[in-house]
Design a protein around this ligand. Structure first.
Ligand SMILES: Nc1ncnc2c1ncn2[C@@H]1O[C@H](COP(=O)(O)OP(=O)(O)OP(=O)(O)O)[C@@H](O)[C@H]1O
Ligand SMILES: [Mg+2]
Length: 440
C-alpha cells in the first residue's frame, strides 16, 4: 500500500489545496519581484546614460563606473577652477605689490605693539630711514615727533586722521612737510590690531605756493606803485603848471587863487599817501565797545560838510548791536562806503537817500552784526565788480581807487568781512559783517 493509502480523503484534499496555494503565492511573489526590478532598471536607464546591461551585477558595475567617471570629470573641473582662482589671486597680489612699491606716496603698516610690519620704498625716501626690522615707531620716527604722537594716539584709541599736514625732521636734519592720513584696523573682538599710515611729500608744493604768493605780492606792489606814481604825476603836473604861471607873472586871477589850487592838489596828494600807507602797512587796533550806528552818523555828518552831499538822507532800519572795534578806523571805513554811496547818486537833484540796515546773526557759535548800505545810484558794471577792491582801481576822474581797499583792510582787521551784496542800474548794496564777540 502506497503512502496515500494511509491518508484519509479529506486530509488529502487539504494537502493538495495547500500545495496549490503555496505554488500560487510563490508565483505571485516572483512576479512582483520581477516587476519591481524591471521598474528600477527602467528608472536607472532614464536617469543615466550608462550602457544597457545583461544582468544586474554588470548593470550595477556600469552605473558605478558612470558615477566614478562623472566624479572624476567634476574633480578635473574643480582643479581647473582652483588653479584659475590661484592665478587670479597671484596676479592681483602682484599688481597690488607693484602699485605699493612704485607709488610716490609712502605706506607704512604697524602692528598693535607698534612694530613696523611693512613699508614701501617711498617711505624710506620720505622719512630718510633705511632699516625697519624689529624696530618700533618711536625709535625710528623720534618719540616726540608729531608723526609718532599721531601713531601712538591711533594705536591707543583707534583715532583716524585724514590729510593732516605735519612737519617732520629726517635723521639728517632736513625738514619735510608731510601730508598724512592714518587709520586703524581691528581684530575680531573689535580691538585695535594695528594701523596704516599714508604719507605724501608736500615740501615742494609748499615752496611752490610760497613762490606764487611772493609773485602775487610783487605784482600787487607793482600795481600799487604804478597807481601811486600816476596820482603823483597828475598832481605834480597841476602844481607845476600853477607854479610856472606864478613864476612867469602870467596871472589873470589873483595870486591867492593859484596858491589855493596848489594847496588843494597837495591836500589830495597827502590823502593818497595816507590812504596808501593805511592800505599797505599792518593796522594797530585800539579796540573798545563801540556803537556802529553812532559811528555811521558821525561819518555822515563829516561827509555832509561837503556841499554836494548835504541833501543826502540817511535812513536806518533794523537793529545795531554794539561791536568791539577801533572807533577811528571804523569811522574811516564807514566814511569811504558812505562817500561812494553819495558819489554814486550825487547827480540826483534831491541828493538821494542811503538806507542802512543792521541785523545780528549767529554762525559757528559766534554772534555777528551785518550792516547793509544801499544807495539808489547808477550801480557798478558787471565787468568792474571783481576789481573794485583792488587798490587804485577807480572809474572816477578824481578818485584814487584806494577807498574800498582801505575798507576791506579795516574790516578784515576786525575779524569781519566786506562784500558787494548786489548792484544794478537801480542802486548798489555793500554788506559789512563785524563780530560782536571779542575776536580779532
Ligand atoms: N556805491 C557805489 N556805487 C557805484 N560804484 C561804486 C560804489 N562804490 C564803489 N564803486 C566803484 O568802485 C570803484 C572803487 O571804489 P573806491 O572807493 O575804492 O575808489 P574811488 O571811490 O574810485 O576813489 P577813492 O575812494 O579812493 O576816492 C569806484 O571808482 C566805483 O567805480
Ligand atoms: Mg571811494
Amino acid at each position: 500500500m502506497g503512502p496515500a493509502s494511509h491518508l484519509s480523503k479529506p486530509r488529502l484534499s487539504l494537502l493538495i489545496g495547500s500545495s496549490i496555494m503555496l505554488v500560487g503565492l510563490l508565483g505571485l511573489g516572483f512576479y512582483l519581484l520581477h516587476k519591481t526590478f524591471q521598474e528600477q532598471r527602467a528608472d536607472l536607464d532614464l536617469s543615466s546614460k550608462s550602457p544597457r546591461v545583461e544582468n544586474e551585477a554588470t548593470f550595477a558595475m556600469a552605473t558605478m563606473q558612470g558615477v566614478i567617471a562623472r566624479m572624476k570629470e567634476q574633480e578635473r573641473e574643480l582643479t581647473g577652477l582652483r588653479r584659475a582662482a590661484e592665478q587670479r589671486e597671484r596676479e592681483s597680489t602682484r599688481i597690488s605689490e607693484n602699485i605699493i612699491r612704485e607709488m610716490p606716496s609712502g605706506l607704512m603698516v604697524f602692528n598693535r605693539q607698534g612694530f613696523i610690519t611693512a613699508a614701501n620704498p617711498a617711505v624710506r625716501t620720505l622719512l630718510g630711514v633705511d632699516t625697519w626690522s624689529r624696530r618700533r615707531y618711536p625709535e625710528i620716527l623720534g618719540a616726540d615727533s608729531s608723526l609718532a604722537t599721531q601713531i601712538r594716539e591711533c594705536l591707543e584709541t583707534g583715532k583716524t586722521t585724514t590729510r593732516e599736514t605735519i612737519e617732520y625732521t629726517t635723521p639728517r636734519g632736513d625738514v619735510r612737510l608731510l601730508g598724512m592720513s592714518l587709520s586703524s584696523f581691528h581684530g575680531p573682538g573689535g580691538e585695535v590690531d594695528g594701523a596704516v599710515c599714508l604719507l605724501s611729500d608736500l615740501t615742494e608744493t609748499r615752496q611752490l605756493q610760497e613762490q606764487i604768493r611772493l609773485k602775487e605780492h610783487l605784482a600787487a606792489l607793482g600795481a600799487m606803485s604804478a597807481g601811486i606814481a600816476h596820482e603823483f604825476k597828475n598832481s605834480l603836473a597841476t602844481i607845476s603848471g600853477y607854479a610856472q604861471m606864478l613864476r612867469d607873472g602870467k596871472l589873470s586871477y589873483s595870486d591867492h587863487e593859484f596858491a589855493e589850487r596848489i594847496v588843494m592838489e597837495i591836500r589830495s596828494l597827502t590823502r593818497v599817501v595816507t590812504d596808501f600807507l593805511a592800505v599797505s602797512k599792518p593796522l594797530q587796533l585800539t579796540a573798545s565797545q563801540v556803537s556802529p550806528k553812532e559811528i555811521l552818523l558821525h561819518s555822515m555828518e563829516d561827509l555832509q560838510r561837503v556841499a554836494d552831499f548835504q541833501q543826502v538822507v540817511l535812513k536806518f532800519e533794523g537793529e545795531f548791536a554794539p561791536v568791539e572795534g577801533d572807533e577811528v578806523l571804523l569811522r574811516q571805513a564807514f566814511s569811504n562806503i558812505l562817500r561812494n554811496a553819495c558819489e554814486a547818486q550825487c547827480p540826483q537833484n534831491d541828493g538821494g537817500s542811503i538806507v542802512i540796515r543792521g541785523e545780528t546773526f549767529r554762525r559757528g557759535g559766534e554772534d555777528f552784526l551785518r550792516i547793509l548800505v544801499s544807495d539808489a545810484g547808477k550801480g557798478i558794471l558787471p565787468t568792474d565788480r571783481d576789481k573794485i577792491f583792488v587798490p587804485f582801481f577807480t572809474t572816477k576822474p578824481s578818485g584814487s581807487g584806494l577807498g574800498l581797499a582801505l575798507v576791506q583792510k579795516i574790516i578784515l582787521s576786525h575779524g569781519g568781512l566786506v562784500t558787494l551784496e548786489s548792484s544794478s542800474s537801480q542802486g548798489t548794496t555793500f554788506a559789512m559783517v563785524l563780530p560782536l564777540a571779542h575776536k580779532f
